[in-house]
Design a protein around this ligand. Structure first.
Ligand code: SAH
Length: 234
């Protein structure tokens, strides 16, 4: 199920595809084929979502031409939107399905949240930087994305009123995993999170029981640090 199939009519003319839209769509298809599928991401729902979400509308105008390139991009406030492959990999590792509730820490541009929404998930996303949170919320509203809830604040405490979550994705790196996030993971659910200071590991933590959280390392990564409460904890 693609909640947003056909929903990205950002051009004018009642759904008519303009030449420019067709060019962006072709770049998106190429991005998915050469950067994401070619590197092993297989989940059809993930690949379809990445083909449908207009990444170029989530980046500042001055870097728009590079929106589908194989690297992260600045989104203001010293923050970045992840490389497309990392978004695809992390989304696949979450193993979520349509209708699942997903928590994201680090809304940034709103792109990762839009990808999860396009997969049919109900997304709860928290951003600590006020201008980014506001901008992401407006962007998602203007694109007609309805199943994303944006909150401004420190994601350390998670979103207890909406817990438990089938998946938790953290897109800023803490040195240690915040306990409240582990507490809000559903049994059987996965958390995908970069952990570390300068050198970080992308980890998948699976909650297999009330107090059982086996984890595995996936690849070394480089994310902006998670700020706020987590930096003050011993
Ligand atoms: N997922 C984003 C990219 C995120 S960049 C996208 O698709 O565009 C990481 C974001 O995490 C930054 O915007 C940063 O401000 C935010 N962040 C850092 N620490 C945070 C915290 N404690 N709680 C919530 N957001 C945080």
């Amino acid at each position: 199920m693609l909640a947003l199939a056909g929903g990205w009519s950002w051009g004018c003319g009642g759904g008519k595809t303009t030449d420019q839209e067709a060019r962006w769509a072709a770049l998106r298809d190429e991005m998915v084929a050469t950067q994401i599928a070619a590197r092993g991401v297989r989940d059809a729902n993930v690949l379809a979502a990445l083909r449908s979400v207009p990444r170029h509308l989530f980046v500042p105008a001055d870097v728009r031409a590079e929106a589908y390139a194989d690297h992260p991009l600045p989104i203001g406030e010293g923050q970045t939107i992840s490389q497309p492959y990392i978004v695809g990999l992390m989304t696949e590792l979450l193993e979520v399905k349509p209708g699942d509730r997903v928590l994201e820490i680090g809304t940034g541009s709103g792109y990762q949240a839009a990808v999860l929404a396009a997969m049919g998930c109900n997304v709860y996303t928290i951003e600590i930087r006020v201008p980014l949170a506001r901008e992401a919320e407006q962007r998602l509203a203007s694109l007609g994305v309805k199943n994303v809830h944006v909150r401004t604040g420190d994601g350390y405490a998670g979103w207890p009123e909406a817990a438990p979550f089938a998946g938790i994705i953290v897109t800023a790196a803490p040195e240690r995993i915040p306990q409240p996030l582990l507490d809000q993971l559903k049994i059987g659910g996965h958390m995908v999170i970069p952990v570390g200071a300068f050198y970080q590991q992308l980890k998948v933590i699976t909650r297999t029981g009330t107090a059982d959280f086996p984890e595995r390392d996936v690849i070394p990564v480089r994310f902006v640090p998670m700020t706020g409460e987590v930096e003050r904890r011993p």
